[in-house]
Design a protein around this ligand. Structure first.
Ligand code: FAD
Length: 321
């Protein structure tokens, strides 16, 4: 059996997990195995989506340890399920969370873990290509061992549902060995901006030097909120202290796979391009018609972002009413 660790945002399976499910279904078909999924806590509402992706069993890892996130406990619990249910491969989205839980689970089971893969082929050995060095290097590797752990880099696979959903069963699993493993405690959480993460956002409104200041990002924030998206930025914006590094798109930031990427006053240097090229549609707003991002974008508006954005905002506000 292949097991997919599923991540959701308020009950909706993330696009990264949908990619992982699609990959796992292909690998399982090659190996002649079923696909199971694992989620933490009472998440039976995920079953309908998972059946559309070919999952035959959803394991719900339950117990008081799920009350708050602890990578040690959650990794150990997943490791216990893997051994109990007899998984021979484990796949997750290469999100911070997916990589962290899989790292702990693989360490607990004493098996190898390849993170940030862009291709995976299953056989007796699993051969894969993974991203290294912030996207600068692609590395081919092979996994051996009884259980293979992989995480899938965002935008590597087109998520695809089955024409007819798979019958799915839901089972509770109560791990026995997670009692006193927690060594990290969450003391506070702060939701930033619209609360939508860059790696899963369908719409990203991103700003660079052309935005001019931290205050200039207020209109980007408003547009992102109106469109149900997130705010991103270039390295100039983070280096200038206008935005935190977690907002940075690019080689040394986040690689995005949004449906729409609105780049405001961003030139489109290679290091930025590698982070945003996974977007389905790019709209560039720039004063320079020759800027690299303008020439690569699907749509471009040539002009001052401080005039163009208010006009777009006005329309977006009107549509929201
Ligand atoms: P600029 O290149 O200065 O471009 C500003 C753009 O705004 C120009 O095109 C200009 O025409 C336009 N503009 C100016 N005023 C206006 C206005 N009023 N209205 C509309 N348009 C306007 N960069 C990243 O973004 N992400 C990374 O992860 C990253 N990693 C890096 C890693 C390394 C090792 C190195 C060396 C560099 C990295 N960089 C990264 C930096 C990258 O090379 C560029 O310097 C950076 O992306 C440029 O940011 P920018 O487009 O905001 O600024």
């Amino acid at each position: 059996m292949l097991l997919v660790l599923v991540e959701d945002e308020s009950g909706t399976v993330t696009s990264g997990s949908r990619e992982a499910l699609t990959l796992a279904r292909g690998l399982a078909a090659d190996l002649g195995l079923p696909v199971h999924a694992a989620a933490f806590g009472e998440r039976s509402e995920l079953a309908a989506t998972l059946s559309a992706y070919g999952v035959s069993t959803l394991h719900l890892l339950e117990g008081t340890f799920t009350d708050d996130y602890s990578p040690e406990c959650w990794g150990a619990a997943l490791g216990e399920l893997i051994q109990h249910a007899g998984a021979t491969g484990v796949v997750a989205a290469a999100s911070d969370w997916g990589n962290e839980v899989l790292a702990h689970a693989s360490a607990r089971t004493g098996e190898a873990f390849a993170s940030n893969c862009v291709t995976v082929h299953a056989g007796e050995r699993w051969s894969l290509t993974r991203v290294r060095g912030g996207g600068m290097l692609l590395e081919d590797a092979e996994l051996t061992g009884a259980v293979k752990f992989v995480s899938l880099a965002t935008g590597s696979v087109e998520p695809a549902e089955l024409p007819v959903p798979q019958q799915i069963a839901t089972q509770s699993f109560l791990p026995e060995q997670v009692g006193d493993l927690a060594h990290s405690t969450i003391v506070d959480r702060t939701t930033r901006g619209s609360g939508v993460s860059l790696s899963t956002a369908r719409v990203i409104v991103s700003g660079g030097r052309g935005v001019g200041s931290a205050e200039g990002f207020e209109s980007l924030e408003e547009l992102a909120t109106l469109l149900g998206g997130a705010v991103g930025c270039s390295r100039v914006a983070t280096n200038s202290g206008w935005r935190p590094h977690s907002d940075q798109v690019g080689l040394t930031g986040t690689k995005i796979a949004a449906d729409l990427y609105i780049a405001c006053g961003i030139s489109g240097a290679t290091q930025h391009w590698v982070g945003c090229m996974g977007a389905k549609t790019i709209l560039a707003i720039n004063t320079d018609p020759e800027a690299p991002l303008v020439t690569r974008a699907d749509y471009a508006v040539i002009g001052d972002v401080h005039q163009i954005l208010p006009a777009i905002l006005e329309r977006a506000r009107a549509r929201k009413q």
